[in-house]
Ligand binder design. Sequence first.
Ligand SMILES: Cc1cc2nc3c(=O)[nH]c(=O)nc-3n(C[C@H](O)[C@H](O)[C@H](O)COP(=O)(O)OP(=O)(O)OC[C@H]3O[C@@H](n4cnc5c(N)ncnc54)[C@H](O)[C@@H]3O)c2cc1C
Length: 172
Amino acid sequence: MTVSDAEFRAVLGRFPTGVTIVTTCDGERPAGVTINAFASVSLDPPLVMVCIDKRSHMHGLVAQSGIFAANILGDHQQDLSRRFAGQVGDRNERFRQTAYHLGVTGAPVLDDVIAYVECRVLAIYPGGDHSIFLGKVEGLGATTGEPLTYYRARYGALDMDKDASVVPGGRE
Ligand SMILES: Cc1cc2nc3c(=O)[nH]c(=O)nc-3n(C[C@H](O)[C@H](O)[C@H](O)COP(=O)(O)OP(=O)(O)OC[C@H]3O[C@@H](n4cnc5c(N)ncnc54)[C@H](O)[C@@H]3O)c2cc1C
């Protein structure tokens, strides 16, 4: 069976995700890109993964620096997501008006996100036109705030039933 681009996007687009900005350093300069292919992998040791397009600028930068931070966006940060996806402005302007500090790995951590994980690259696996970067978590943090969501190529926000029971054995 052959799968067309359109079919693939239509089906996979029905899996809702959050939105992150994955950051790293280009020498002294911060670099970042909008990524929704982000997931937790392992608890012990703590591992996460991000998938990055092999043709993108960011691919080479993360491979070279060996560090990245995944900054999890809040529902007020659609504009930031568009900017770091290259849909608005110039790549060199992405960090303008975006406060950040360098975290324990040296990767930029954005100040106004709802959570972040900082990683050292443990392995890079082939994944078709993307590469899968496996990262060992070396720092992390979270604040209050609701996440930005992405579903069928649209941004949204969670409408959680705050009274719903917690899934037994579920991860927070
Ligand atoms: C909600 C959302 C989620 C996203 N999730 C992901 C994700 O999980 N992984 C991911 O990799 N990207 C993802 N993107 C896309 C990514 O944010 C953008 O492609 C971004 O501009 C990459 O920035 P860059 O500076 O690294 O890439 P740039 O170097 O600016 O390249 C941008 C894109 O242009 C294309 N391109 C570049 N050079 C060439 C070339 N020579 N020939 C043909 N095409 C070329 C590639 O597709 C590349 O990804 C997502 C975007 C959005 C809006």
